[in-house]
Design a protein around this ligand. Structure first.
Ligand code: FNR
Length: 189
């Protein structure tokens, strides 16, 4: 049976390294795994007044999360944290209270930055958020893509072999973790 992973990049930038890292993950994953990316472009700013009648883009996001077996985040680091666009989407899909799409989902985190720290600080903020959302985030391997401009070519292909290996290992760890949770019937979708 195919394992479906939803890939979410916290960047709307057309040349985003984080979106490119997710594309690389989709190429590197085994045949029985599919990574489908969602785009956060159409998600408006969160407004509690709209919770009871959310925009269609939010419904789509929640359906994609609910339908998948696991979530793979690729987050940029903005001012030492995750970008607002990612937090905004996380907030929307966590509401209304009691109807969060994130609950019980296995997850993995990676991130790409043009700086030397490779999104470590943002990843720890994201990990903290996932704990509140009751997601099961794997701890290792950590994939911190530093100095991203040197690791992708101008078309957004990941050209750094070590980074390709790290991403492949992360996807395999997420697949194995998800299968273990399913086998133990700790998750039932
Ligand atoms: C950044 N960038 C950045 N990089 C970093 O390593 N630590 C940081 O705290 C920040 N802060 C930051 C704030 C804002 C508002 C922007 C726009 C950028 C640089 C960031 O790593 C770079 O723009 C990446 O290319 C963003 O990821 P995408 O869009 O390529 O996926």
């Amino acid at each position: 049976m195919k394992l479906n992973i939803t890939g979410i990049a916290g960047s709307l930038r057309s040349g985003s390294y984080n979106r490119a890292a997710l594309r690389a993950a989709a190429e590197l994953c085994p045949e029985e795994v599919e990574i489908q990316m969602v785009n956060l472009r159409d998600i408006p700013s969160y407004n509690e007044d709209r919770e009871s009648n959310p925009p269609e883009s939010v419904g789509e996001l929640k359906r994609a999360i609910r339908a998948c077996d696991a979530v793979l985040f690729a987050t940029p680091e903005y001012n030492y944290s995750i970008p607002g666009v990612l937090k905004n989407a996380i907030d929307w899909a966590s509401r209304p209270y009691g109807d969060s799409a994130w609950d019980d989902k296995p997850a993995a985190i990676m991130g790409a930055s043009i700086g030397p720290i490779g999104t470590a600080r943002a990843q720890y903020h994201l990990r903290q958020i996932l704990s509140y959302l009751n997601m099961y985030a794997i701890n290792k391997p950590e994939v911190l893509i530093a100095n991203a401009a040197e690791k992708f070519d101008e078309q957004g292909h990941l050209i750094d072999q070590d980074t390709r290996d790290y991403i492949e290992a992360l996807v395999m760890a997420l697949v194995s973790w998800t299968e273990r949770l399913k086998k133990a019937e700790l998750i039932t979708y």
